[in-house]
Write a protein of this length. Structure first.
Length: 378
């Protein structure tokens, strides 16, 4: 009696190969051969990136989705501009293979994904994906500097960005004046009081841009009384850095006598320490901030009322302060070990009244490095 041999669930190619090798021989021996072939299903592959267009320097994730989801684990081979990326990536349980392409050069890149197939699904190739990589916009190195605030006074502003050279800077001062320059520092004089929105925009050689915005308060110059009202500077600490720009610091603490009922809310106070200037607008607590510059006025209250008298006043200024203080003897010149005697005029303008102090002390400096002083009102 003839025997029956069953071969189950093999791929079509394997079955044909088996037949060629031995099925005929079995038949010659009088054996009946039964072959059951499992056919792989057609598949399609869709390709997408996580960001298109992307920016220069960004990592790019490519995802190839195979459908229907293969019955067995398979792999996908990605190609970028005709270059095969190795190794192939395994398909996950959702039929998706993810490849991190890394950083691509600026321009357009043609990418495709090829599903290599397995026992459950036939191979398939995605349509070409055109990936656009744009130049990276310039980055901000330092934001707009703050150095002034009175009508008619030249104000210096600085904004530095890093990117493809050359970089041009366009300044919109909010008063109808616009300036385009390759310099990172500009000077502008406001002719009327007000709150101005200043926008500085940096555009690099690739046409990419970035910008910074600040609100700048300009006040009318006060008419100084005769004589100026004194105030006491208890300590003025000065630290100048001659090696790096925008690393200078002035910290001033003192006593200011104010009338009974004085309320700091919304009041503007302009400070001028040897030519380093800043206008502050105080809140109800007497605190104000303008960029990195700070001011604090402390009143002594009784039953939540200010009865008048001496108030503690402190402010700090940061930035490139050395150039404006050079006239007062704070220069990049090595001083004697004991220091050099200096005096710096410290002015406050509040409610059209100018308060003046002339703290003095010793200036000690080392050329090309730094200088420091601690001043007091005599």
């Amino acid at each position: 009696m003839a025997r029956r041999v069953a071969i189950r669930s093999v791929s079509l190619l394997a079955a044909i190969a088996w037949c060629a090798a031995g099925a005929i021989a079995l038949a010659d021996e009088g054996l009946a051969v039964e072959i059951r072939v499992t056919l792989a299903v057609p598949t399609s592959t869709a390709l997408a990136s996580d960001s298109n267009p992307s920016l220069e320097g960004d990592l790019l994730a490519l995802k190839a989705a195979v459908s229907p989801i293969p019955a067995a684990t398979g792999t996908v081979t990605f190609s970028i501009d005709g270059v095969v990326q190795t190794p192939a990536v395994s398909v996950d349980a959702n039929g998706v293979a993810t490849f991190i392409a890394g950083t691509l050069a600026v321009g357009e890149h043609v990418i495709n994904a090829h599903y290599n197939g397995d026992g459950g699904g036939n191979p398939s190739t995605s349509a070409d994906l055109t990936q656009t990589v744009n130049p990276k916009p310039p980055s901000i190195v330092s934001r707009i500097g703050v150095v002034g605030g009175q009508v008619g006074d030249p104000q210096e502003f600085s904004f530095v960005a890093q990117g493809a050279q050359p970089i041009t800077y366009t300044w919109d001062f909010g008063d109808g004046t616009k300036v385009t320059t390759s310099d990172t520092t500009v000077e502008h004089t406001f002719t009327a009081p007000g709150n101005y929105t200043i926008v500085a925009t940096a555009v690099d050689a690739n046409g990419q841009q970035t910008s910074d915005t600040m609100t700048f308060l300009v006040v009318s110059p006060a008419t100084p009384p005769t004589p100026n009202v004194p105030w006491t500077v208890t300590t003025a600490t000065i630290g100048l850095n001659f090696k790096y720009t925008r690393k200078d610091l002035i910290a001033v603490a003192g006593l200011l006598t104010l009338p009974a009922g004085f309320d700091p809310t919304g009041q503007t106070i302009a400070v001028d320490f040897g030519g380093a200037k800043q206008v502050f607008t105080m809140n109800s607590n007497g605190v104000a901030q303008a960029g990195t510059n700070l001011l604090k006025l402390v009143r002594k209250l009784k039953n939540k009322k200010f009865l008048g008298g001496a108030c503690k006043l402190g402010f700090s200024l940061k930035g490139s302060l050395g150039p404006v203080l050079a006239d007062d003897g704070l220069t990049d010149v090595t001083t004697p070990k004991s220091g050099t005697a200096i005096s710096v005029k410290a002015l406050l303008t509040l409610n059209a009244v100018i308060y003046e102090a002339d703290p003095s002390g010793l200036w000690k400096a080392k050329a090309g490095a730094s200088g420091k002083a601690v001043l007091k009102t005599k």
